[in-house]
Ligand binder design. Structure first.
Ligand code: NAP
Ligand code: GLV
Length: 312
């Protein structure tokens, strides 16, 4: 099988992915012409895509059978009206491992109150405050997809009681799964630590607004490696100032990079991580891309197609 693939992403991405992608395509039995340079768009069979300044008009790609995103979150490409080709989002085992480690690490930091000992070493022996064990700490996972369900399972394996929330009703052994507005309210009312792993869509924008933040137990911690606009920034800052929210660990922001003057940087109870929770890993992700192209060429359904109506 011979296919023409246009790699539409940054120069750094090209250098990172190209050798792995060539290898993965060959291992999948595909004879591929792969290039970051766009020749005749009408000759392109597949586009491997990440958001960058370049490609925004998909109209000339009349033969293109699919656009394969290097990112899991597709909010920047899914609404593009010129994109009529099938869109595939990234589901990468390496990315999932990375997200599970990020979530477990930051949940444990707050659960164990690690900062008190790491940051406050002053020669005073304070051993009165002992953290509860995991089974006494309620954690909520908003979003139970590939990443949310994997992180939820890892937390449950450490004995955290994990409640999860998703759009459709789900059953995950060991997780108290809820859906709908009532389900969200019930989950938030008990959550001492809330993790957001949802896509950004019209429905999820400002999901954690002032009203929903007020449902959380006093001192609750928010961990957001999903997307910045899932949380209303002003409402979060107000809840932090009022002491209703204990801490926010944020990996994603409305504007990235987060501007130096943004109040999150200087806030003593906000931790900023620079969108590093779970990068796509070239070795594992290129195998996923190659397998999807192989499937399409063999007339089999591709995995991880985006539902454009839902936006994810
Ligand atoms: P996914 O498999 O598509 O899962 C999305 C989950 O969110 C599903 O459980 C879905 O419900 C739920 N959801 C969507 N809209 C909802 C709504 N309106 N109400 C309630 N639940 C809703 O996505 P994923 O692979 O887990 O990735 C999640 C997000 O993580 C990505 O979209 C991206 O924004 C973010 N991400 C961040 C990083 C980083 O480095 N910070 C890296 C990768 C991804 P259903 O189960 O009913 O469909
Ligand atoms: C990263 O944020 C991604 O969506 O892959």
């Amino acid at each position: 099988m011979s296919v023409t693939i246009h790699f539409a992403a940054s120069r750094d991405d090209w250098e990172n992915y190209a050798p792995h992608l060539r290898r993965a395509l060959a291992e999948a039995g595909l004879d591929a012409a792969l290039s970051p340079e766009l020749g005749d768009p009408a000759a392109v069979d597949y586009i491997v895509y990440a958001p960058h300044e370049g490609l925004s008009d998909f109209t000339p790609f009349v033969r293109c059978k699919a656009v394969l995103s290097l990112w899991a979150g597709v909010e920047r490409i899914a609404p593009n009206p010129t994109l009529t080709q099938p869109l595939v989002r990234m589901v990468d085992p390496g990315m999932t491992e990375s997200m599970v480690e990020y979530v477990v690490g930051h949940v444990l930091r707050h659960h164990l109150g690690m900062d008190a000992h790491i940051l406050g070493q002053d020669g005073v022996w304070r051993n009165r405050v002992r953290p509860p064990i995991a089974r006494e700490r309620n954690v909520a996972m908003l979003g139970l997809g590939v990443l949310g369900s994997s992180a939820a399972r890892a937390l449950a394996a450490l004995n955290f009681p994990v409640m999860g929330w998703s759009r459709s009703a789900r059953t995950i052994p060991g997780i108290d799964c809820r859906s709908g507005e009532d389900g969200l309210r019930a989950v938030l009312a008990r959550a001492e630590i809330v993790v957001l792993l949802m896509p950004l869509t019209a429905e999820t924008r400002d999901l954690l607004n002032a009203e929903r933040l007020a449902l959380l137990p006093k001192g609750a911690v928010i961990i957001n490696p999903g997307r910045g606009p899932l949380v209303d920034d002003e409402a979060l800052l107000a809840a932090l100032e009022a002491g209703r929210i204990g801490h926010a660990t944020l990996d994603v922001f409305r504007t990235e990079p987060l501007p130096p003057e943004h109040p999150f940087w200087a806030h003593p109870r906000v931790t900023v991580t620079p969108h590093i929770a779970a990068d796509t890993r070239a070795v594992t992700a290129t195998r996923v891309i190659a397998e999807n192209i192989r499937r399409a060429e063999a007339g089999e359904p591709m995995a991880n197609l985006v539902d454009r109506g839902r936006g994810y």
